[in-house]
Design a protein around this ligand. Structure first.
Ligand code: ZN
Length: 176
């Protein structure tokens, strides 16, 4: 709790500088709407999408999952696409040195088997990466494109990138 208590103190310092956000109604009155771009990226604390891509508020729907794997947020993603006016761009952004490359699926399953949900463990999908980041990203792009719940038009707009933690560059990885 020590850090979060400190963060709450920082919030107190932030409040006087806060500019109120418009309501959805106010945005719509001005002809605005929900973002048309959706980015899925990793929960890694070194990845700051707003900074590295220069994202302003209101521009992007951002999902953070382990490694940036889209399976983890797929239901939310298709829901958002359905209730907003639809995305024009869907980006899956991995990064270098991802912790998921070090995950050991057996040890995760054995840890989860200690819970009351142990019966669910054998069939649980886990966001591990067992190949290289490039190979995993390519197979995630293919997986997304093959999902029947994803609009065909949107499936054509999916792109994959890897963010380099050292150089700051974002490079595209094309699906096969
Ligand atoms: Zn990661």
């Amino acid at each position: 709790m020590a850090l979060f208590n400190e963060l709450l103190q920082r919030n107190k310092a932030y409040v006087p500088t806060h500019k109120p956000f418009p309501t959805i109604e106010e945005i719509e009155k001005k002809g605005g709407g929900p973002p048309k771009t959706c980015v899925v990226t990793c929960v890694d604390p070194r990845v700051f999408p707003e900074t590295l891509l220069g994202i302003n508020w209101g521009e992007v729907f951002l999902f953070r999952t382990i490694a940036g794997r889209p399976q983890s947020c797929f239901n939310d993603l298709v829901t958002l696409d359905a209730v907003s006016h639809g995305f024009d761009d869907l980006i899956i952004m991995y990064h270098t040195d991802c912790g998921a490359l070090r995950f050991n699926e057996d040890s995760i399953r054995s840890e989860l088997s200690k819970t009351d949900g142990k019966d669910q463990v054998p069939n649980l999908w886990l966001p591990t990466i067992t190949k290289s980041s490039e190979e995993s990203l390519r197979s995630d792009l293919e997986w997304m494109k093959a999902q029947p719940l994803l609009r065909k038009d949107l499936a054509k707009c999916i792109r994959g990138y890897i963010y380099d933690l050292k150089s700051g560059e974002v490079r595209e990885v094309k699906s096969a």
